[in-house]
Design a protein around this ligand. Structure first.
Ligand SMILES: [Fe+2]
Length: 212
């Protein structure tokens, strides 16, 4: 297993370490709607491994500061609570494989720190959707991790676009603030999982907690 032996990973080691070796998806990115990019990033199989690891870790809940600061808290789990080594590998991978696409489209973008990414879990029984909101980020990234549910569409009314048909493992990238208000329509059946990544501007403090 790569990068093993770190005490930081805790007694469970890095449950996603071996799976990450074959995680990367290939394929070109494109602009699906005004300033909404679709960027293939992971294979479906790795998305499933991440879901399994998240459910194994457990503890989906609203992040406490978001309850007071954010109009739309979700049932979320920070990825460093799933696998700290994975959080650091994802950060390096974002810089290598994803940020160049952002900089190509939004030139001369200067991305700063990354907030600790989190997995969101939606279900009809707990939290089915997400109210209209903006994100606390310069660039916001949302990735479907599965497809076996009904409803649960990430919707951008100003861009007349939603996430139907976006495959698991593909990042949906968009400006976090005023231009791209969004919401998630209620999940009517099944469980919906998604990964959220927020990238701050280089000249602005990121929203805590950040990736170390
Ligand atoms: Fe959002």
């Amino acid at each position: 297993m790569p990068e093993s032996g770190s005490e930081e990973a805790g007694p469970r080691g890095s449950p996603l370490g071996a799976a990450y070796e074959d995680a990367a998806a290939s394929g070109p990115w494109h602009e699906a709607a005004p300033d909404i990019l679709l960027i293939p990033f992971w294979k479906s199989g790795f998305c499933g491994a991440l879901i399994d690891a998240a459910e194994s870790a457990g503890g989906f809940e609203p992040y406490p500061p978001d309850v007071s600061n954010n109009a739309a808290p979700g049932q979320e789990l920070r990825i460093d609570r799933i696998d700290r080594q994975f959080a650091q590998r994802l950060e390096a991978d974002l810089r290598q494989r994803l940020v160049p696409a952002l900089q190509a489209h939004w030139w001369p973008l200067k991305p700063g720190k990354t907030r600790m990414p989190f997995v969101l879990r939606y279900s009809p029984e707990t939290q089915a959707g997400l109210d209209p909101h903006h994100d606390a980020a310069l660039v916001s990234l949302a990735m479907p991790l599965n497809a076996d549910y009904e409803g649960g569409r990430l919707t951008f009314p100003r861009q007349h676009w939603d996430s139907r048909g976006v495959e698991e493992g593909t990042f949906i990238a968009f400006p976090g603030r005023v231009s791209h208000v969004h919401w998630v329509t209620p999940v009517s059946a099944g469980l919906r999982y998604a990964l959220t990544v927020w990238i701050a501007a280089a000249d602005q403090p990121p929203t805590d907690p950040i990736v170390p």
